[in-house]
Design a protein around this ligand. Sequence first.
Ligand code: NAD
Length: 300
Amino acid sequence: MLKKDKPNILFIGLGMMGQPMAHRLIQAHYPLFVHDTNRETVKNYCNQIDAKALLPSDDLSLIDVVITMLPDSGIVESVILGVDNSPGVASKLKPGSIIIDMSSSEPMRSRELGASLTKMNLIYLDAPVSGGVKRAIDGSLAIMVGGTLEAFADVQPILENLGKNIFHVGDPGSGHAIKALNNYLSAITTLSVAEALIIGKRFGLDPNKMVDVFNSSSGKSNATENKAKQFMLNGAFSAGFTAKLMLKDITIANQLGSAVNSSMELGEASLNAWRNALEFLGDDEDHTAIYRYVEQNQSA
Ligand code: NAD
C-alpha cells in the first residue's frame, strides 16, 4: 500500500501522450522524475516544465510508482525487465513499488509481465487509455485498469488527474485486452465512415450533409461525430493518433481473438485494409488519413 499522500513517480515515455499526462501530474504536485530515450525531448520538456530528468545516478528505491507510456509491449518489457546485460527499472525498485503500464500493450504479454513482477515482490497494473492527445491535455481520458482491486484503489488518486472515466476491468492484462477491442471497433467505424462518405460523394451527395444525417441516425459513431468533419472532409488529418498505432491495436485485437480461439472475419478484413493504408500513407500519417487511402483505392 502506498504510504504517502503524494508518492514519488517516475514517468517513462514523453511522447504525444506522455508529455501532457506527466504535465498533469506535475500540476497536481506529485514529485515527478521523467525519462525518455530521446534526450533532446527530455531536455526541452524539463526546461519548459518543472520536471526532473532521471539521472543514471538517481536512487530508484526512492520511487514509489513507475508509469510507462511507451510504443509497445516489447519496449515496455525492455524498460521494466531489462535487455541483454542492461538491467531494467524493476530490479532497482524497492519491494511493494507499483508499475503502471498505460501504453497500449499486448494483453497476453502483460499477463506474463505481471506474473514476473509479482515474483519480484512488485505490483503491476495495466491502465491503457482512450481519448487521444486532446483528452490527455484536459485530463478526461477513459482509463481501463487490470490488476488487484487493492492496487487499483492505491493508484486511483493518481489516475484521477489523468482521466474522468476510470474502470477496474479485471486481472492484469484485462485493461490491455479491452483497449485493443475498443480500438478494433474504432478502426472499423473509421474505415467504414470513410468508405460511406466517398461512395456518397460519388453518387452526388453532399458529404457534410451526410455526416449531419448519420449523426441523427443509427449510423452515428465517434467517427461520424468527432472525425468526419473535423479531420477527414476538411483535409486536416490531424487527430493526433497515427495510422501506425491503429494498425498495432488491430493486430493486438486479432491476436487476442486467435488466443481465445475466436474467428474475426471483420478483424481480418480491417487488418488488411489498415495494412494497405499504412503502405500508401507512410508511417507518420494520422489515422484519419485512411480517408485519402480509401479515396485513391476507389478510383484505382
Ligand atoms: P509516441 O511515439 O509519441 O511516444 C513514445 C515515446 O516513447 C517517445 O517519446 C519515445 O522516444 C519514447 N521511447 C521509445 N522507446 C523508449 C525507451 N526504451 N525508453 C524510454 N522512452 C522510450 O507515442 P504516443 O502517441 O505518446 O503513444 C504512447 C502509447 O499510448 C502507445 O502505446 C499508444 O498506442 C498509446 N496511445 C496513444 C494515443 C494517441 O492518441 N497518440 C491514444 C491512446 C493510446
